[in-house]
Design a protein. Structure first.
Length: 422
């Protein structure tokens, strides 16, 4: 089954669960490398990116086992038994694999990691990672598609430093935060990313024995430990998956409750949903988004957290294709993240792009067509587009969707959407 088929259906109704956050669990898995022993991660989504990271950890010498109940058990060997080399055939599948670089350097004093691959929506260089690690005493060479590093200090350890990031990169903050957890002395990360997933990683590192303060602000202070302990940790809910289901009523009508949705993690997005005319409420049953009719056009610009996340933009832009009026959507983070717009045009959307901006003129209805997902979030957005289309929409490239969604088709179907695998 390599296609998703979407047909017109009734308004949506029901409750869903977002599950564990992809953008958190991958970093938590990498953090396990910092301590010998058995780590247990709870609320781990069944997605292919987790499988890829599990294979990376296995290549490094760990034992990784999925258990019932969304549990992942990671057994990390002694330092002498780790293999600090992440091979190309695994890392090229997923850019997030680069986050093993910091933990390997901190634990082993050396690391060799293939330059990362992943979604094709623009250049995302790792210069910020390397500069930060160099300030902590690492020396790097890059050749034959690999970056090789070692700790220059006589002890073989990284050394705490005062780091100022030129951009609040989420992944770079994670990498440096993990490296600092085992570095000698104090590390200060200025202009750090503030995402909830960074806070989740900091919480796990604190439980492991590192001294971390300031996570969730632009200044994180880490007191490195000589040794960290294996722990159990529960992954926070996935705010991007929650956003996917929250925007579904904008296209299909009806009402959707996300049982584990956390409004405090997505305040700017929820503000935009209200501006579009959706009703947003939160009570003990979860976060509920209800359609009140055709949505209104709005302007949206992506920004680092707590702004509107770039991962939200494909869902927002797709919803705006059937909104009343003209919207302007600006992408301030990745230059290539409008590549799915051509697919929406195949469905009758009126979208014009120029540089970092898109002008979206809402139409009354989209038209079913054959489309192809270029990346994870754009793929899910195309499925949502099918909910607002006349006729049948066929979405190919579903391997991208499976990287970040645990049973997207089945979950939408449980809400009444006419969505099937073929």
């Amino acid at each position: 089954m390599d296609r998703i088929i979407v047909s017109p259906g009734p308004p949506l109704s029901g409750t869903v669960v977002a599950g564990g956050a992809k953008n958190s669990v991958l970093k938590l898995m990498a953090a396990c490398l910092l301590a010998e022993g058995t780590h247990v991660l709870e609320n781990v989504p069944s997605i292919s990116d987790v499988d890829t990271m599990a294979d990376v950890l296995r290549a490094l010498g760990c034992d990784v086992v999925r258990e019932p109940g969304a549990r992942l058990v990671v057994d990390v060997p002694a330092t002498a038994d780790l293999v600090p080399e992440a091979p190309y055939e695994l890392v090229e599948k997923m850019r997030a694999s680069i986050v093993v670089l910091g933990p390997l350097l901190a634990r082993c004093g050396t690391a060799k990691v293939s330059l990362p691959g992943g979604d094709d929506f623009g250049s995302r260089p790792i210069d910020i990672h390397l500069r930060g690690l160099e300030q902590m005493g690492a020396i790097f060479e890059t050749h034959h598609g690999y970056v090789e590093g070692e700790a220059a200090d006589a002890s073989g350890r990284l050394v705490g430093s005062h780091l100022v990031l030129e951009y609040p990169s989420h992944t770079a903050t994670d990498n440096l935060l993990m490296a600092a957890a085992l570095a000698k002395g104090t590390t200060i990360i200025e202009n750090a990313a503030r995402e909830p997933e960074v806070q989740d990683l900091a919480a796990m590192l604190t439980r492991m024995g590192a001294g971390v303060s300031g996570a969730g602000t632009s200044r994180i202070v880490v007191e490195g430990a000589d040794r960290l302990e294996a722990v159990s940790h529960r992954v926070i809910p996935d705010r991007v998956v929650a956003a996917t289901y929250a925007l579904a009523p904008a296209l299909a009508g009806g009402s959707v409750t996300i049982a584990d949705g956390r409004p405090e993690h997505m305040e700017m997005l929820l503000s935009k949903l209200r501006e579009m005319g959706l009703e947003v409420t939160f009570d003990p049953s979860g976060l509920t988004v209800t359609s009140t009719g055709r949505c209104r056009a709005i302007d949206v610009a992506t920004l680092p957290y707590p702004g509107v996340a770039t991962d939200y933009k494909p869902f927002l832009l797709t919803a705006l294709t059937v909104a009343d009026g003209v919207s302007i959507v600006s992408e301030n983070l990745f230059e290539g993240r409008f590549r799915y717009v051509d697919e929406l045009r195949r469905m009758g959307a009126d979208v014009r792009t120029e540089g970092h901006h898109a002008v979206v003129r809402g139409v009354s209805c989209l038209s079913g067509a054959q489309v192809k997902a270029p990346d994870i979030r754009a793929g899910a957005a195309l499925v949502l587009a099918g909910l607002a289309a006349e006729g049948e929409t066929v979405v190919a490239g579903v391997e991208h969707i499976e990287r970040g969604y645990d049973q997207l088709v089945e979950t939408l179907a449980s809400l009444g959407a006419q969505v099937i695998w073929r």
